[in-house]
Design a protein around this ligand. Structure first.
Ligand code: TYD
Length: 202
């Protein structure tokens, strides 16, 4: 059985990743692959409980990092690896690039500590493809301003999101082979075309 592909979606809050998730899911399904759609933090019953804490409970930035990776450990064991091993394709709404972007870029947690956690929790597992939805922070913040019930991250200021965007861009330049940056200030139609082209070629 050929191992499935692991695809992750990333971007600052308000960059439009959630808008495109259903379209990407359909693209994968229509190519005939069993597709598992999941998210972080979350993706397992325990992970979803940790997500509630992470999104709503004040905590030290390193506690936040540790809980993100605790949820991830569970997610890899219970969902991601079993699916990849049976040949399914896994589409995860966020993964470890978000820890580098938010906990290192946003909160200032040491990059080395995050790398240590990454090695511990993931071993050799890395996404095969990461779609980074990228927009200027003025645009994403404007979109967030309309959100009804912002969580602990969405309530942060523009400077926080600028650091996150920069950290994502740094990740994309460090791993050019797996990242595709999608200019998310384009129209929905243009973005769909870009996504179709990406999925035709993988
Ligand atoms: P998000 O993916 O934006 O979900 P929704 O679209 O439902 O709001 O929410 C998850 C939040 O968690 C987001 O603000 C980013 C944050 N996050 C981290 O800070 N570090 C991580 O490692 C992950 C996976 C997410």
């Amino acid at each position: 059985m050929q191992r499935g592909k692991f695809i992750t979606l990333e971007g600052v809050d308000g960059a439009g990743k959630s808008t495109h998730l259903p379209f990407i899911t359909e693209l994968l399904k229509s190519s005939g692959h069993e597709t598992v759609v999941t998210r972080e933090p979350g993706g397992t019953p325990l992970g979803e409980r940790l997500r509630e804490l992470l999104l709503h409970e004040a905590m030290h930035p390193e506690t936040e990092t540790l809980l993100m990776f605790a949820a991830r450990r569970e997610h890899i064991d219970k969902v991601i690896l079993p699916a990849l091993e049976r040949g399914a394709w896994v589409l995860s709404d966020r993964f470890t690039d978000a820890s580098f972007a938010y906990q290192y870029g946003g909160r200032g947690v040491s990059k080395d500590k995050i790398k240590t956690m990454e090695n511990w929790v993931q071993g050799n597992l890395q996404p095969d493809l990461t779609l980074l939805f990228d927009v200027p922070v003025s645009v994403s913040c404007q979109r967030l301003a309309g959100a009804r019930d912002p969580d602990r991250f969405e309530r942060e200021n523009a400077a926080f999101f600028k650091r996150i965007r920069a950290a994502y861009q740094e990740r994309a330049s460090s791993f050019p082979a797996r990242f595709r940056i999608i200019d998310s200030s384009q129209s929905l139609e243009s973005i769909r075309k870009v996504l179709e082209d990406i999925f035709i070629s993988i």
